[in-house]
Design a protein around this ligand. Structure first.
Ligand SMILES: [Zn+2]
Length: 97
């Protein structure tokens, strides 16, 4: 499998470290159900069969965190974005009226 890093270009997946699902959100630690929410955050993950957003770290390259959209059935990669850009888009969406 090859991943097209936005900064370095296309590279083998052995240059990257996989961190998992990029769609999970860290729970609010001050919430009344924080203990259950953190348990679910850490251990209850979806086993997606199809397109999934994943976090990858370019450890042997530019050290960028990336959000890779990959089909888990075929390993086809349809999108790669810097994680910081995805986070900024999510902040804009969350703060929009
Ligand atoms: Zn890179």
């Amino acid at each position: 499998m090859r991943i097209k890093c936005p900064y370095c270009g296309e590279r083998g997946n052995d240059e990257f470290s996989y961190l998992g699902d990029a769609s999970v959100k860290r729970p609010d630690p001050s919430a009344a159900d924080a203990s259950d929410a953190f348990y679910a955050f850490a251990y209850e993950r979806k086993n997606v069969a199809g397109p999934m957003q994943e976090l990858w770290y370019h450890a042997a390259g530019c050290h960028a965190w990336l959000v890779v959209t990959r089909d888990t059935r075929t390993h086809e990669i349809s999108d790669v974005k810097p994680a910081q850009d995805v986070a900024l888009e999510q902040q804009k969406t969350a703060s929009a009226p």
